[in-house]
Design a protein around this ligand. Sequence first.
Ligand code: PA5
Ligand code: NI
Length: 186
Amino acid sequence: LPVPPMSIRFDQGAGTLSPEGPTLTRRMSDLEGLFRDSEAWAAAVADGDPIVYSVVSSPVPEIDRELPQSITTIQPGTTAGELWMTKGHQHPNHQGEIYLCISGHGGLLMFDGTETRWVDMTPGTIGYMPPGWAHRSINVGDEPYSFLAVYPGGAGHDYGWVLEHGMGQRVLAGADGLDFVNYVEG
Ligand code: PA5
Ligand code: NI
């Protein structure tokens, strides 16, 4: 159903949108096959299966010509040194997208099947994903990382693409900053 012109408020403390659409909570168990160390992943699932990130959406529907938005909040943490992250996806029809960092410190990892790009995200940074670049967000700080996403309503989410192709690089917490390692070799 179409929605009327509207304003939408984000309550940062509560992490809610008003009016709101669907909310998604992703726990460690939802990230199967994504961390480099699958034993450490399984141990984290067994040890309380923590919430890794949540996504609150506006009521704008995910259909062609609409321009939905959502706010993702990734908790700080690591699993065997790999910084907590979103699943990551490709848009099946290769539409572009933007993210605006609201709070915390994160990064936007993009992969077109050949090259990997990294955009450091601090409050006020807009990260642009051109058509055809799969994208994953990573919390590189020690507080929750929140960003607004604005995307074409027909963009969709192809998670299988990332399981098949990876993201080119992984991001680990190093002794003096981030360590980028190749995806396959780990
Ligand atoms: O539209 C987007 O790209 C974001 O809203 C993501 O869906 C969100 O950050 C969660 O990531 P993922 O869909 O990869 O689990
Ligand atoms: Ni997307």
